[in-house]
Design a protein around this ligand. Structure first.
Ligand SMILES: [Ca+2]
Ligand SMILES: [Ca+2]
Length: 87
């Protein structure tokens, strides 16, 4: 079988969503429901000090799929599902 369908948000269990939500809240340090570039840079440079700022910015732009300058939970969820956190 070569059915490699990408799971959608609907395929996630409540537990998975819960755990993603916790990661999201961890990034969203001022708890306004969105991750802005500053929060993203701060955390990624802590989590991964060798990350270059311009790479972080590129990553942010990729995740911020509607380009409004903030990562909302839906965008974060989509990013997570791309497998960033899978080793
Ligand atoms: Ca925020
Ligand atoms: Ca956005």
């Amino acid at each position: 079988m070569s059915d490699t369908k990408t799971p959608t948000a609907n395929d996630l269990t409540a537990e998975q969503k819960d755990s993603i939500r916790k990661d999201f809240d961890f990034f969203d340090r001022d708890q306004d429901g969105q991750i802005d570039l500053r929060e993203f840079i701060d955390l990624l440079t802590i989590l991964s000090p060798k990350t270059k700022i311009n790479h972080v910015q590129e990553g942010f732009n990729i995740i911020d799929s509607n380009g409004d300058g903030h990562i909302d939970f839906e965008e974060f969820l989509a990013w997570w599902q791309e497998g960033w956190w899978e080793y």
